[in-house]
Design a protein around this ligand. Structure first.
Ligand SMILES: Cc1cc2nc3c(=O)[nH]c(=O)nc-3n(C[C@H](O)[C@H](O)[C@H](O)COP(=O)(O)OP(=O)(O)OC[C@H]3O[C@@H](n4cnc5c(N)ncnc54)[C@H](O)[C@@H]3O)c2cc1C
Length: 407
């Protein structure tokens, strides 16, 4: 198979433009906010100003087609844009490609009716609204959506939703959410039990119980109750019984988008490791001269490189409409764990400073821990990967189709 690792000129051009914008505008603004320990209003104001600049430079909605005010990029170009944006904390917000809105826009683009698109996708695309995705419940394993207990029952022209959710990220202050509820408890297969609904908020019966505090602080991951929330029938998203399918569809590109941002995070941590090692002197030489530290650099380099190739290959497969689930699972698992290990090594090389809150590393580490849980826990991806391996071996007598299908 011929392989060309040169980026097409248009992808390279957009990558450089995003990098330049992040370096020239976003990073300095972010540094100023951090220095001043800015309040929420200053944060919002700064993001709004940066958004205006991003729009002015055509760096807006990289994930959406031109008719939705987007840059019309495919998954491969998106990989580069997300990684560049992921080198900053607020970069994804500035170009309107932040989770969960990016995944929700993508979902609405694919599943919504023309009327739903105009009403819900348009304001998201214009940056006038925010949204959330509400699937996980405290009482049952989020890893198995067939267990979902939230119900939606038809009543005249409405559906009535009752249930208890949590980690509905972004729900506080959002304009609407995509809510997954059980409409057909006896459906066979069980994957056809759930349907998706667009719920405008605030609305009667929609109750935010609390913002769940996590090890990374309050990140707007609310616990919610839906108490007889009425939703008109035309706000079902996709068909009845397609909630599971919609969730799976949403998670493909969304998982990859997360991976790309995590690659940007890992790069920052590795650059900090390098900087510290090249400037800290102990026992007769710089840390960078010590083999133990060089091994950390080498391991991090190999893991980061592997992660980049895996993400790009998965993006290539999505872009070219090839089967991609195995590659996305492998990339997601690898990148989430690689991120954790690289930040950990950077902390180690910084010594006590790394454990302190004087550098961003401790915050990055607390945030990185979620990567091994969100968009499928490690073990669930491992299970998928192994199942595909078994199926490949049974069918072909080898594992090639489940190991990237490359050679
Ligand atoms: C920061 C953050 C943001 C989130 N945002 C959202 C959001 O916006 N919307 C939303 O709906 N949810 C969100 N979630 C929830 C997330 O999707 C779930 O945490 C995830 O699906 C796992 O579900 P659970 O927490 O119920 O864990 P469980 O399903 O109870 O799993 C617990 C553990 O059991 C193990 N396990 C599970 N299944 C298997 C298996 N088959 N084999 C072996 N081991 C297994 C794994 O180790 C897993 O970590 C978020 C979570 C976090 C941490």
């Amino acid at each position: 198979m011929p392989i060309d690792f040169q980026l097409p000129p248009d992808v390279e051009e957009v990558r450089l433009r995003v990098r330049k914008f992040m370096d020239a505008e976003v990073r300095p603004a972010e540094a100023t906010l951090q220095e001043r320990e800015a309040d929420r209003n200053s944060y919002v104001r700064t993001i709004m100003e940066l958004r205006t600049k991003a729009k002015g430079q055509g760096l807006w909605n990289p994930h959406l087609p031109a008719e939705w005010d987007g840059m019309g990029l495919g998954p491969v170009a998106m990989a580069f844009v997300s990684a560049e944006a992921g080198r900053t904390g607020i970069g994804p917000f500035v170009i309107n490609a932040q989770a969960p809105d990016e995944g929700n826009m993508h979902t609405l683009l694919h599943w919504a009716t023309p009327e739903q698109k105009e009403k819900y996708l348009r304001p998201l695309a214009e940056g006038r609204a925010r949204s959330f995705f509400s699937m996980t419940e405290p009482e049952v394993a989020g890893s198995d959506p067939t267990l979902i207990q939230t119900t939606a029952v038809r009543d005249g022209d409405d559906w009535v939703i009752n249930g208890h959710k949590w980690f509905s990220s972004g729900a506080k202050g959002a304009n609407f959410g995509i809510v997954i509820a059980c409409t057909d408890a006896d459906a066979d297969p069980p994957q056809a039990r759930n349907s998706a609904f667009i719920v405008e908020v605030p609305t009667e019966g929609f109750e935010i119980i609390r913002d769940v505090e996590t090890m990374a602080g309050h990140g707007n991951h609310p616990e919610l109750r839906y108490n007889n929330v009425r939703v008109p029938a035309d706000r079902m998203l996709g068909g009845r019984g397609e909630g599971h399918l919609l969730g799976q569809y949403r998670l493909g590109p969304a998982r990859l988008a997360h991976c790309m941002r995590w690659i940007g995070n890992a790069e920052i941590a590795l650059e900090m490791l390098m900087d510290r090692a090249l400037n800290r002197y102990a026992h007769g030489s710089l840390l960078a001269d010590k083999q133990a530290i060089q091994w950390m650099m080498a391991e991090s380099a190999m893991e980061l490189y592997t992660g980049k190739l895996m993400v790009l290959h998965a993006a290539y497969k999505i872009e070219n409409k090839m089967p991609f689930k195995q590659e996305v699972s492998m990339a997601k698992h690898h990148v989430a764990n690689m991120l954790w290990r690289i930040i950990d090594r950077a902390i180690q090389v910084h010594g006590a400073l790394g454990y302190s809150t004087d550098t961003p590393l401790e915050r990055m580490m607390r945030n990185a821990r979620a990567a091994r849980l969100v968009d499928g826990a490690d073990e669930v991806h491992m299970q998928t990967i192994a199942r595909n391996m078994i199926a490949a071996y049974k069918e072909h007598g080898n594992t090639r189709s489940a190991t990237g299908d490359l050679l």
